[in-house]
Design a protein around this ligand. Structure first.
Ligand code: ATP
Ligand code: MG
Length: 281
């Protein structure tokens, strides 16, 4: 096909040899299938800031670091330069997340860099070599639903162990290839340690998976994996191979008032003895 204007700089640089077809046009970006030498890859072209939607919301930006104080000040002031820096931070966020997660062993597309607002990455394919379907496009038996749900939770845990929360995880942002789920669409990915809404976002991501899979496996509806994962993370106990139960122990044991009273009485007696001892000296 005719090279779209936004991809032309990559063709000029020799990063892309040919644009084969448009794969999808979403709310935030348009995705193309491209040929780079002998490899078929995909190119995600981000829409301009004013055409994008919620993912730029303040809650997602929190905890994101910028190069230097000059850039940070410019962003705060909203100058033209500031807006350009902001745009760059936004566009690099996804490729950064892909590198970080890929290195941590999370199943995400392999990234080949982001140039001029175009992310080059591996094209995820099905067994026939076609662009892989989204989770939402796949029908599951109960058994397969349970298996995919468990695999995805494992990915969520791996991500969190790497300090990252997806922030927009759903059946629309997961592809299914021959080996199972592959997580995509990460420009809004959140830093788990530096964001006040982290717990909420993690729980929402996990709840979205629960809602989707419980239509195939109703027993999932009562599970609390999100809360469980977050509690383990906060306690410093989350590991990539942590076994999850889906249940959170509610602390329902009444406080042992008797034991507390005995402690107080003991302390009082001790003090009494100490005073007596001092008097007798
Ligand atoms: N690496 C990939 N391999 C195969 N298909 C992909 C890949 N990345 C994206 N796609 C396809 O392009 C679609 C849009 O990609 P993505 O979700 O990253 O962009 P988006 O514009 O932010 O989406 P939306 O706003 O609709 O969620 C995906 O649903 C998927 O079908
Ligand atoms: Mg998407």
């Amino acid at each position: 096909m005719k090279t779209p204007k936004r991809i032309q700089p990559l063709v000029d640089e020799g990063l892309v040899d040919e644009v084969m077809r448009q794969l999808m046009s979403g709310k935030e970006a348009t995705v193309y299938v491209v040929r780079c030498g002998g490899e078929i890859r995909c190119a995600k072209v981000y829409k301009e800031a004013h055409k994008r939607s919620f993912k730029q919301a303040v809650a997602y930006q929190e905890g994101r670091t910028v190069k230097g104080s000059r850039e940070a000040r410019a962003m705060e002031k909203g100058t033209r330069y500031g807006r350009r820096v902001q745009e760059e931070v936004w566009q690099n966020a996804e490729v950064d997340a892909l590198y970080r997660l890929g290195a941590a062993g999370v199943r995400v597309p392999k990234a080949y860099g982001c140039f001029e607002g175009v992310l080059l990455m591996e094209l995820v394919t099905d067994a026939q070599g076609h662009a892989a379907p989204r989770l939402n496009d796949v029908e599951f038996t109960e058994e397969l639903a349970l298996e995919h749900h468990a695999k995805l939770l494992q990915q969520v845990v791996l991500m969190l162990c790497a300090g990252v929360i997806h922030g927009d995880l759903s059946e629309y942002n997961v592809l299914v290839d021959h080996a199972g789920p592959v997580i995509i669409d990460l420009p809004q990915a959140v830093d788990a340690a530096g964001n006040n809404s982290a717990a909420e976002m993690l729980e929402r991501d996990v709840a979205n998976l629960r809602t989707f899979f419980s239509s195939f496996a109703p027993q999932l509806a009562a599970t609390q994996y999100g809360r469980e994962i977050w509690a383990l993370y906060q306690a410093g106990l989350l590991r990539p191979d942590t076994r999850l139960t889906g249940h959170v122990e509610e602390n329902k044991r009444p406080a042992d008032v008797g034991a507390v009273m005995r402690e107080i009485e003991l302390a009082r007696k001790e003090e009494e003895m100490r005073l007596l001892y001092l008097q007798q000296r």
